[in-house]
Write a protein that binds this ligand. Structure first.
Ligand code: DHB
Length: 313
């Protein structure tokens, strides 16, 4: 089923989240060869980074915790047409670049470079990374959120811009964030909700220490356990945002039913992160097939028939 998303036509509604298995052109090529309908990079910084000390990821059946600290090969790698040509651009799928600069100036510089590079379909501006020491989550600070969007608007970039948001937990916070995003609806084509639940802690019963080492063990929570939080984000933002702003749902998606639920809550497209990390890129084939089967069973021919149509009691 085709989906209109931020001015593009996608051949499907499921693609990869930024983060897991998205750091190299080889990994991105594997996403391109799967049933993922688009390809999205790891969050890039201006210069290459190794990230936080190991161990920095922990996986269990119900959840994962990570604090990678933005290891990545730099923005120039992800937009270098030689690096990504065969692997990514030749797949014919829309190619999105995620950025998470150390400062607003870095983000501006990266956005300018992306717009000069050929083959990029859109930018995902990450305003939600919880894992860089000394850098708070930008989109929890409404002053910083507004100033970031104001700056992006002033650039009048030729590509669609999406912003990745952290989870919110109080309706007043959703309202404040949505109000600011709506002010910039001519700049922001879509939101991606949600990033990991920041600064969670798990202890290993064997060692008695946290399961990951950076930042005293605090890391971002993802995986099946966070699905109810992610559904709430998608549902609430679909109530509050201007309808011209598309919503990308992400958080705990590992089955066709999870994709269906996200769309019922109002998602235009859905990303898969932790499940991609655990299962590898074949997860996209499985999830897409499961989703198509559910749609067939329910007689759904167009996603618009179910988008935002969560039944009320
Ligand atoms: C990292 C984690 C995130 O949740 C994110 O949005 C970006 C980077 C990281 O730890 O590398």
């Amino acid at each position: 089923m085709q989906v209109q998303f931020c001015g593009l036509t996608l051949n499907g509604c499921v693609y990869n989240a930024s983060g897991p298995r998205t750091g190299s052109s080889d990994a991105l090529a594997k996403v391109g060869s799967s049933k993922s309908c688009a390809i999205l990079t790891k969050s890039a910084t201006l210069l290459p980074q190794n990230g936080n000390p190991l161990p920095r990821t922990y996986t269990s059946p119900n959840f994962s915790i990570n604090s990678e600290g933005l290891p990545n090969k730099s923005i120039d790698y992800y937009i270098d047409s030689e690096t990504i040509k065969e692997s990514v651009l030749d797949s014919g799928k829309p190619y999105f670049v995620s950025i998470s600069g150390k400062s607003l100036d870095d983000n501006v510089e990266m956005m300018k470079r992306i717009c000069k590079a050929p083959g990029v379909a859109g930018i995902e501006l990450n305003l939600a990374c919880p894992n860089v020491i000394g850098h708070p989550i930008i989109a929890y600070d409404m002053v910083q959120l507004r100033s970031a969007l104001k700056t992006v608007a002033s650039l009048s970039l030729p590509l669609p811009i999406g912003i990745k948001l952290p989870p919110y937990f109080d309706f007043i916070h959703y309202q404040k964030a949505a109000e600011i995003i709506n002010e910039y609806k001519s700049t922001i084509s879509y939101i991606v909700t949600m990033n990991t639940v920041g600064n969670t802690l798990m202890i290993s019963p064997h060692s008695g220490s946290p399961v990951i080492s950076p930042k005293g063990g605090y890391g971002g929570l993802s995986g099946p356990a966070v699905k109810p939080i992610a559904l709430a984000q998608v549902r609430k933002f679909s109530e509050l945002l201007d309808p011209s702003i598309d919503i990308v749902g992400v958080g705990g998606v590992q089955s066709g039913q999870d994709v269906y639920d996200m769309i019922l809550c109002g998602a235009k497209v859905v990303q898969v992160g932790t499940c991609h990390w655990i299962e590898g890129p074949k997860c996209f084939d499985r999830i897409v097939e499961e989703f198509e089967e559910i749609c067939r069973k329910n007689g759904v021919k167009e996603l618009e028939e179910i988008r935002g149509k969560l039944k009320e009691w």
